[in-house]
Design a protein around this ligand. Structure first.
Ligand code: HEC
Ligand code: HEC
Ligand code: HEC
Ligand code: HEC
Ligand code: HEC
Ligand code: HEC
Length: 488
């Protein structure tokens, strides 16, 4: 090393006079700008985005250190004469003036581009596309189901990211945690529900759905086909007493649980909240409480977390519904995608769908093979295979070990206990005087019509008894036989 260089330690600013170091400096300053901008945006937007944390604490510092590195690399190269020419600017020279102005303008443009680019990136992390597709494997099931849901036009962040400073910090940590999970391939399969840190439902859903408004009855028909040779149609037309939270009268019906006047709390003894042995109803105005307890539960409720019931306790799958094969095949027949005149098409397609497969590719091949074996010589077998494969791709995700079995749907009571977690006749007050209503099927809905063909036109205003295939149905627990696959 030449002596003149050594004599001017520590690092003489002269060593910074090179293009590499200058570019590094611009990059470092740009990243500080981007950091400050994103930080400010994060403080003011109504909702905070978990992935902003990645930009703030990984991307921006990353660029900053890359800038520092360039500065040092330039100094190093200069010092060891890797680049021979030292940058010398002499403002008396016209050429140097031009270069300097050019550089200053370039740097300014770069800063503006950083500001603009980081804001664009931030916007992108808010998009459905980012949430649904950027970490491809883990989000595929939820994204696929979402695209077919009534909320397909509602952005993921609308439901998944909360507002306010508390959520701001929490969601940043969450975003980093998820990034780590994806980078190290340690994310859970399936992604478990209920989501513990989802924003409170009443905040989320009520921005668009006003519970007081949900008044009246909903008329809905459930179309099914039996798993017999002729795929016999069987439909149930229900009038669901959804009710409301009391704008035009007292709170009533199914949405009574979320009315302002009453608070329903419960404890669950399992992670998926499927076993609910203790329920407390509080009248908000008087503070009066009623406690219902499963007759077989003698534990102390204080040992468990008490949860206030909200929309998500019934609407568990508002936008990520994985259909059971039974339902999906029924829907395909109703929609005319599967031909009902193909013998036992219901039973055969359901059977092909539920066999255990390790990957989607394996499923595609084996579903085709099993249906081709079931229908030798049927000219339309290709169509049957295509529909079955599509149902599989829409609802089964072996790579994520996710399908209808892994995520409880609590809205009814046929294949998950749902309403019957509490409305089972066993939840009573300690004096035995009151029971959570379960004594008849008409509390929640009446059966306006059932069967097929002309039977569906004979409406009965006060409801039929449920005529279950070949007998009137009186016992309660549908889940002992109905699993979503073929009935036991
Ligand atoms: C209408 C509100 C809403 C929208 C929009 C929404 N989600 Fe969800 N999401 C939920 C609810 C509610 C749950 C919790 C379900 C439960 O507890 O069973 C959930 C659960 C999840 C889970 C946990 C696993 C599971 O299947 O339960 C993931 C992952 C997820 N959502 C991703 C997404 C992605 C990605 C998008 C956008 C493509 C999105 N969500 C859009 C409401 C929503
Ligand atoms: C950003 C607004 C928005 C948010 C937030 C939102 N929804 Fe919705 N929701 C809608 C719209 C719009 C529809 C009607 C879609 C249609 O009819 O095509 C809808 C429809 C529904 C339906 C009727 C579905 C059907 O089968 O017709 C239910 C149930 C529902 N939402 C529940 C929820 C729940 C539970 C949450 C909270 C997790 C929620 N929504 C959050 C906008 C929203
Ligand atoms: C006790 C269970 C339960 C709770 C709690 C509940 N719902 Fe519902 N909700 C239902 C049922 C059952 C239906 C009827 C539709 C069905 O069966 O899919 C329904 C229907 C709806 C509909 C569709 C109404 C229509 O006109 O199509 C919306 C929207 C809705 N609920 C939103 C909410 C919101 C928002 C909350 C929270 C404030 C909530 N629900 C709480 C059980 C519940
Ligand atoms: C966490 C327990 C719990 C779950 C789950 C639950 N309920 Fe309830 N439900 C109650 C309690 C408690 C009452 C009120 C009992 C009383 O009168 O004090 C009630 C009352 C009702 C009522 C009568 C409301 C009125 O007009 O007085 C209807 C209807 C109802 N529930 C429907 C449903 C439906 C439908 C579901 C499933 C989608 C469901 N419930 C799930 C606890 C529950
Ligand atoms: C606590 C409220 C409640 C009670 C009590 C209740 N149901 Fe239901 N039931 C529901 C709800 C909510 C749905 C709608 C589920 C959905 O939207 O998918 C439903 C759906 C149904 C369906 C249609 C299911 C399908 O997939 O075709 C039938 C049939 C039915 N109930 C029969 C009965 C019978 C029989 C009884 C009495 C033994 C009964 N229910 C008691 C709440 C109730
Ligand atoms: C003892 C067993 C058993 C119980 C309990 C039971 N079912 Fe069924 N259910 C069956 C069988 C078997 C069939 C005929 C299935 C077939 O041919 O595909 C059936 C068919 C049905 C169907 C039409 C076909 C289909 O695939 O959906 C509906 C709807 C239905 N049951 C609803 C209910 C409801 C609601 C309850 C609870 C109130 C209930 N079942 C309880 C055994 C049972």
């Amino acid at each position: 090393m030449p002596p003149e260089e050594r004599s001017i330690l520590p690092l003489p600013p002269r060593l910074l006079y090179n293009w590499v170091s200058l570019l590094g400096a611009v990059l470092a300053v740009g990243s500080v700008f981007a950091f400050l901008l994103l930080f400010t945006v994060g403080l003011f937007v109504p909702r905070s985005n978990p992935y902003l944390g990645i930009l703030l604490f990984i991307v921006a510092p990353g660029c900053f250190f890359a800038g520092l590195f360039l500065i040092l690399a330039g100094v190093w190269a200069q010092r060891y004469k890797i680049v021979s020419e030292r940058l010398q600017i002499d403002l008396t020279r016209a050429r140097d003036q031009k270069i300097l102005v050019g550089f200053a303008l370039g740097a300014l443009m770069f800063l503006l581009a950083t500001v603009f680019g980081s804001y664009q990136t931030y916007q992108y992390t808010e998009s459905v596309q980012f949430c649904g597709t950027s970490c491809h494997v883990p989000m595929t099931p939820e994204y696929t189901a979402y695209l077919r849901s009534p909320h397909a036009r509602v952005a993921c962040v609308e439901c998944h990211v909360g507002a306010g400073i508390g959520w701001y910090v929490q969601s940043k940590i969450n975003g980093l945690h998820q990034l780590f999970g994806v980078a190290t391939d340690t994310f859970p399969r399936p992604i478990a529900t209920p989501v513990k840190n989802l924003r409170p439902a009443r905040e989320t859903c009520e921005r668009c759905h006003w519970p007081e408004r949900l008044i009246g009855n909903i008329d809905r028909t459930f179309y099914h086909y039996l798993s017999d040779q002729t795929n016999t149609p069987f439909a149930v037309r229900l009038l669901l007493k959804v009710g409301g939270g009391g704008v035009n009268g007292p709170p009533s019906g199914i949405h009574w649980h979320v009315s302002r006047g009453e608070k329903v709390e419960y404890i669950a003894t399992d992670d998926q909240r499927q076993v609910i042995p203790w329920v407390r109803v509080t009248n908000v105005a008087t503070g009066e409480t009623t406690v219902y307890r499963d007759q077989n539960f003698h534990d102390d409720p204080a040992k468990y977390t008490i949860r206030t019931m909200d929309c998500m306790d019934c609407h568990t799958r508002p936008s990520h519904r994985f259909l059971s094969p039974n339902e999906a095949v029924d829907d395909a027949i109703t929609a005319g995608q599967l031909d009902r005149s193909v013998p036992s098409v219901k039973a055969n397609v359901v059977t092909a769908l539920v066999a255990p497969y390790q990957t989607t590719d394996e499923a595609m091949q084996k579903i085709a093979a099993s249906l081709r074996a079931a229908y030798p010589g049927l000219p339309t077998v290709d169509g049957v295979v295509a529909v079955a494969q599509q149902i599989y791709r829409d609802n089964f995700f072996p790579e994520m070990k996710t399908d209808w079995r892994t995520h409880p749907d609590n809205i009814g009571h046929k294949i998950w206990p749902g309403c019957f977690r509490c409305h089972d006749g066993d939840h009573k007050t300690d004096d035995g005087k009151k029971t959570i209503p379960a004594d008849n099927c008409n509390i929640c809905h009446i059966i306006l019509a059932q069967g097929s063909g002309d039977q569906l036109k004979q409406l009965k205003a006060d409801g039929y008894d449920f005529f279950h295939i070949d007998s009137t149905y009186l016992d309660f627990s549908c889940t002992t036989c109905h699993t979503g696959a073929l009935q036991k």
